[in-house]
Design a protein around this ligand. Sequence first.
Ligand SMILES: Cc1cc2nc3c(=O)[nH]c(=O)nc-3n(C[C@H](O)[C@H](O)[C@H](O)COP(=O)(O)OP(=O)(O)OC[C@H]3O[C@@H](n4cnc5c(N)ncnc54)[C@H](O)[C@@H]3O)c2cc1C
Length: 496
Amino acid sequence: MIRMPAPDEAVLARRSEIVDALRRIVPGEGVIDSEPERRAFECDGLTAYRQLPMVVVLPETTAQVSEILRYCHANRIKVVPRGAGTSLSGGALPLQDGILLGLGKFKRILDIDVENRCIVVQPGVTNLGISQAVQAQGLYYAPDPSSQIACTIGGNVAENSGGVHCLKYGLTTNNVIGVELVMMDGEIIRLGGKHFDASGYDLLGVLVGSEGMLGVVTEVTVRILPKPPGARALMIGFATIEGVGHCVAEVIATGIIPGGMEMMDHLAIEAAEAFVHAGYPLDAAALLIIELDGCAAEIDHLIAAVEAIAGRHGATSCRASQSEEERLLFWAGRKAAFPAVGRLSPDYYCMDGTIPRRQIGTVLQRMEEMEAKYKLRVANVFHAGDGNLHPLILYDANRPGELQRAEDFGNDILRLCVEVGGVLTGEHGVGVEKRDLMGTMFNDSDLAQQTRLKCAFDSESLLNPGKVFPQLCRCAELGRVHVHAGNLRFPDLPRF
Ligand SMILES: Cc1cc2nc3c(=O)[nH]c(=O)nc-3n(C[C@H](O)[C@H](O)[C@H](O)COP(=O)(O)OP(=O)(O)OC[C@H]3O[C@@H](n4cnc5c(N)ncnc54)[C@H](O)[C@@H]3O)c2cc1C
């Protein structure tokens, strides 16, 4: 189980004074103090971990965010930023002695700039809300997490979120071109903008994916793209998982970059078919859905090329969508795969690791062996083109020991991803979930370097501490032990 930093009793003792100070900054209903109302914020999408925040504050302006952070910095109070709370790695898990800073009221579209093909929005706008805002102009925002109806662009920036279309159009980091950021000491800065590239270090690149640990995003500028003239989906069944892996690798090696290339294994196919009746091949060991977009002649050419590759790798069935309705139906099962799998078991644990595409067959085979070891079933639904796995481990939290077994199983899968040359996360972030596995990928000196970067933005480790780095307050290890009023912070941590 994950251990969070011991709460600072001195801060807890000052709770009502802190609430009063926040109310002076955000008057009205923007400060949530009562326990039942704070409960709504006690976890994010990683629901196995829950913690009531000390207090919740919902500012409406950048000036308020700046004042809140300045106050917290001066009074050494921890802050956890939150968008919609859909993170699957516990990135928005509150702290007992921390303020939960919700950006849910930052919902305005600020500027649609068609000429520059970009849009400026507040961080609480949902991912889907951005595409909806520009759909009348035939434009859209490409990164499309399955949670796009709920998750916010601020959360997407913090997690460098991905989705089906990221194989061709890039992750969040490839589509964000500017942000307004409030630093932990209250300073408001801008990184990037509507222009291409910026002088100096790529700080925007550093920020995207930093999991709410470097600053609070209060405005985001993203690229918007014209919708492709057409798109069709192929639904290809395979007799073996290895066939899928080889097909995916060859499609990409040939130079074809599909608009999306998603894989589902047998258990996921069964669950999704029962849920949406998309006509998935129930006799297949695995299924690929491959979307090809462009003009009609280009799509026809690509469909023929992909069909030929699939045939060489043991495809047992292949259907191309004949209408827009059918294309959407092919995708409906994939998009609803998580809730569909949710009907197979009281609980499931969604993992997120990335491997080189060639290793898909090997890794799925090793996962099958682990199923026997841990006596738990796994359904696989993932972004095959990116090699980004999402094994869903089925368990029942009411059975003693099953949650722990599911977590151990998940950790073994992630270690396997690293072993075959992959990484611990593809798009869900490290958060608290994978924090203690960072040592399997990085040595002490790598982690110290990363922590130095964190310290450059937030020297007191007040912004979202306890996430991502296995040891807290590494600034101390870097020779800066902060002892205030005789109280050593994180006294439970080893010092060396
Ligand atoms: C059913 C389901 C499907 C999902 N599918 C996908 C998927 O396909 N692809 C994918 O990538 N993810 C997916 N996710 C995960 C999740 O939706 C993303 O990580 C999303 O970007 C989180 O956005 P949020 O607004 O909910 O952020 P939160 O969960 O509230 O926060 C996430 C992190 O961002 C930080 N943060 C939030 N707002 C700000 C801000 N304004 N400034 C600084 N830091 C901030 C928080 O501190 C936290 O560390 C899925 C989740 C669910 C529940």
